[in-house]
Design a protein around this ligand. Structure first.
Ligand code: PLP
Length: 393
């Protein structure tokens, strides 16, 4: 009966694409226990090392005692708890927007926002390397979707000139930091194009929130005020990466938030974020603002890793933040290198298609505030002389 499943799984095994989950035997940190061994962990998105922070744990414990472990209902029924409301207010104040709306995941936030802004008869212009949640939001919207070459504002302009002229609404959608490449969208140009072609712009700051920008608000902080309307720009962030907890948020004008509350299905038909998680995330927002040295440290360590990988001939693409890929080509090759690193006590995931395009399998390092210069040096020592020739730039 399930022969088609067996065939598919066998094909994945053959191509080095079969996935398994590994059992973690410790908390999330720069050093974790996996498979009975301690490993230096370059695989987590806990960039600010807040997932195991005692202050967040205390905030969560206090909220659990007072409000319980679960929200119990969707926010529109009775799940809109005091910690959740406090979190939304803290996010809006930090982001400098009228309001913020918290979802139970970043994935849900992206689905909800895109589906709410675009529908049949609209046109969406989407970067070729956008995260799956943005892609799925585009599909779910049933708008016409035009994919532009990665970070290529000229191609986007060309598509905007030629396509979707008669659409009711036009939407440009992009990550700011691309999760498998660590490169950054040309945000200034995207905003200009949105203005010039009368589009809305959805940007996903999932990997930038808490890490980039003077105040940790992400790449949008670098946007200079100009002849463009902030009302065109809708921003998504996650709580589940640098903020060390779980969930996603949209921030923007009050009436956008009211619109989402009223008709975004992933919001209406899903249980609200649990009170302990909301309380911990609120504490994390405060830490981000009070401890800018954490993000400075991450970026300095990532710079060291990039420099040293380049010195040994590594192809790190256009990485310029805490996510550093080492592009090796074939999936099996990436898996082999990842295993070799693990034998030496370093956990660095192999990223394979379909997460990245065919032929660009890679190791993906994510650098966190809890890593040390010695950790980075160790990576380079292990990789020296082992990088396949085809990856050399
Ligand atoms: N957006 C981007 C760019 C991501 O990389 C991810 C997750 O990896 C998400 C959104 C989804 O966020 P979450 O893990 O909170 O669902």
């Amino acid at each position: 009966m399930f022969a088609w499943i067996d065939d598919d799984l066998e094909e994945r095994r053959r191509r080095g694409l079969y996935r398994v989950r590994r059992r973690l035997q410790s908390g999330q940190a720069a050093r974790i226990r996996l498979g009975g061994r301690e490993l230096i962990n370059f695989s987590s998105n806990d960039y600010l090392a807040l997932a195991g922070d005692a202050r967040l744990a205390r905030a969560a414990a206090a909220a659990a005692r007072r409000y319980g472990c679960g929200a119990g209902a969707s926010p529109l029924v009775s799940g809109y708890s005091p910690p959740l409301r406090a979190l939304e207010r803290a996010l809006a104040a930090w982001e400098g927007t009228e309001a913020a709306l918290v979802f139970s995941s970043g994935y849900a936030a992206n689905l909800a926002l895109i589906r709410s802004l675009a529908g049949p008869g609209d046109a969406v212009f989407s970067d070729a390397l956008n995260h799956a949640s943005l892609i799925d939001g585009c599909r779910l919207s049933r708008a016409a979707v035009y994919v532009y070459r990665h970070n290529d504002a000229d191609h986007l302009a060309d598509l905007l000139r030629k396509q979707g002229r008669s659409a009711r609404r036009r939407l440009i959608v992009s990550d700011t930091v691309f999760s498998m490449d660590g490169d950054i969208a040309p945000l200034g140009q995207l905003v200009e194009l949105a203005e010039c072609f009368d589009c809305l712009l959805v940007i996903d700051e999932a990997h930038a929130t808490g890490v980039l920008g003077e105040h940790g608000r992400g790449v949008t902080e670098s946007l200079r005020p100009g002849p463009w309307s902030p009302e065109r720009v809708f921003k998504v962030g996650t709580l589940s990466k640098a903020l060390g907890t779980q969930g996603g948020f949209v921030c923007g004008p009050r009436r956008l938030i009211a619109w989402l509350i009223n008709q975004a299905r992933p919001y209406i038909f899903s249980t609200a974020l649990a009170p302990p998680t909301a309380a911990a995330a609120r504490r994390a927002v405060a830490v981000v603002q009070q401890e800018p040295e954490r993000r400075r440290r991450i970026l300095a360590l990532a710079e060291q890793l990039r420099r040293e990988l380049r010195e040994i001939g590594g192809n790190i693409g256009d990485s310029c933040c805490q996510i550093v890929p080492l592009i090796v080509g074939e999936a099996q090759q990436a898996v082999r290198l990842s295993r070799r690193l693990e034998e030496q006590g370093l956990l660095v995931p192999a990223i394979r298609p379909p997460s990245v395009p065919e032929g660009s399998a890679r190791l993906r390092f994510s650098v966190t505030a809890a890593h040390t210069e010695t950790d980075v040096k160790r990576v380079v020592e292990v990789l020296r002389g082992k990088i396949p020739m085809r990856s050399i730039v």
